[in-house]
Design a protein around this ligand. Structure first.
Ligand code: GLA
Length: 434
């Protein structure tokens, strides 16, 4: 059934031919932070907030992009030839990411038509809720529908994960898989390389509250260099571990006995940060190789020094917590899940260094006011926390956060919400009627 939001968007979409509507939800990661690009599992839920895109085919090869929110000004570009990005941070780059990725993937067999796309986003932006991947995926699946092409969801999740790197962040595949493959009422256990998912039923009494730290975390803006730094640190640590253990591994997931590796880390990696100049010797590569193999021209926040042992300690510990969290959910053991979430936050803050004072404060406040556990969610460096709470205590928790956090910071009430685990992206053909 076409709802009033879709009809309103349709009325503002240029052209008069048949239209398509695509909606893609945001996600909240319950646990498993910064594990995906290391090939280790994550456990997010898709949320009941989405990005909706209505699109109509055009007869030329132009893309016209507009947004119901006037803060995002209209964009236009051509699908002919190369698709160079708009300036960094521009919202139109997410459409370009999807289109460039689709075009490369579909090859000459199918051409991607021009289209007019109108967007309505209902996911708080730069909040760690993956509004950007939802935008990429909603634009991408709408574009695919305009091209009359259908592809399996797993294939699309991999395609868009790869495609979104167009914006300059070396993201893993969690967000695109969560938005495409989630099932209502379930968390999604996601494995990588190759991508595999299994739904994990959520106990009905489990409630989740998301609360924004009021510090934006834009993946293609300020956070980009910080995030990429973590990815490169993991690549370097993996190469050093390979050299020191003799186990060939291209990512941390490739080590067969990760429990033993975790126990042995103190002998294998230095606790203090390693200076960039020391790396070629440590890894047995030239400085040229170091750059091409590990940094690859990406923007890094601190290209002169790299933390290795602490990063790996977080990633391997977090992977164990994901496995335990899945069991806790399956056994309706919310207390155990809460503890794991608290441990995850501590590890993200101390070893992975992706928390902020505001995120720490929000997580502590949530725990003090009824949450069974609370942790930062998403990349960190700002954005939001997720708190686990008995469902009937969500409202009381939100009221406490309002009193102790938001009231002293301008009283924003749109940036904390109880979320429900919703289903994955949906595409609908709207026909000629407006
Ligand atoms: C961002 C990335 C994801 C994942 C998280 C951290 O959201 O897009 O792929 O790496 O950060 O867990």
């Amino acid at each position: 059934m076409t709802d009033s939001r879709t009809l309103a968007l349709l009325a503002d979409t240029p052209g008069d031919g048949p239209a398509v509507a695509a909606r893609a939800p945001g996600r909240v990661n319950l646990i498993g932070e910064h594990t995906d690009y290391n090939g280790l599992p994550v456990l997010p839920i898709a949320i009941d907030r989405d990005v909706l895109v209505v699109a109509r085919r055009r007869s030329d090869d132009a893309v016209e992009l507009s947004n119901a929110d006037p803060a995002f000004t209209p964009r236009r570009y051509s699908l002919r030839g190369e698709i160079p990005p708009f300036p960094p941070g521009d919202w139109g780059n997410y459409h370009k990411a999807a289109a460039a990725g689709l075009r490369a993937h579909l090859g000459v067999e199918h051409s991607l038509p021009g289209g007019s796309f109108r967007v309505h986003g209902a996911i708080p932006v730069a909040a760690g809720l993956s509004s950007s991947s939802a935008l990429t995926v909603a634009c991408g699946v709408a574009h695919l529908a305009l091209a009359d092409v259908d592809r399996p969801r797993l294939e699309l999740a991999e395609l868009f994960a790869h495609a979104e790197r167009y914006v300059g962040t070396l993201g893993g595949g969690m967000d695109q898989a969560a938005t495409l493959l989630s099932e209502a009422g379930h968390a999604l256990h996601i494995d990588f390389f190759p991508l595999r998912t299994r739904p994990v039923p959520l106990p009905p009494r489990a409630g989740f509250v998301v609360a924004h730290s009021l510090q934006p975390a834009e993946k293609s803006g300020r956070v980009r260099g910080l995030y990429n730094q973590r990815v490169v640190e993991c690549r370097l640590a993996c190469a050093l571990l390979t050299r020191r253990t003799g186990v060939p591994a291209s990512r941390l997931a490739d080590f067969p006995d990760r429990t033993a590796l975790l126990a042995d880390l103190a002998h294998l990696l230095p606790e203090e940060e390693v200076r960039a100049e020391a790396l070629p010797d440590l890894l047995g590569v030239t400085s040229q190789e170091l750059h091409t193999r590990f940094v690859g021209g990406e923007t890094l926040a601190a290209p002169g020094q790299f933390a290795l042992r602490r990063r790996v300690r977080h990633v391997l510990g977090e992977a164990e917590r994901v496995a335990a969290a899945e069991q806790a959910l399956r056994h309706d053991d919310l207390a155990a899940l809460g503890e794991l979430m608290n441990d995850s936050h501590r590890s993200c803050a101390e070893d992975y260094e992706v928390s902020t004072p505001a995120l720490d404060q929000l997580a502590a406040l949530a725990r003090a006011h009824g949450a069974l556990g609370a942790r930062l969610t998403g990349a960190g460096f700002g954005g939001a926390i997720v708190a686990l709470v008995e469902r009937d205590r969500s409202a009381a928790l939100i009221a406490a956060l309002d009193r102790h956090f938001y009231a002293t910071r301008g009283g924003r009430s749109d940036l904390r919400l109880a979320v429900e685990a919703g289903g994955g992206a949906v595409v609908e053909r709207l026909g000629d009627a407006t």
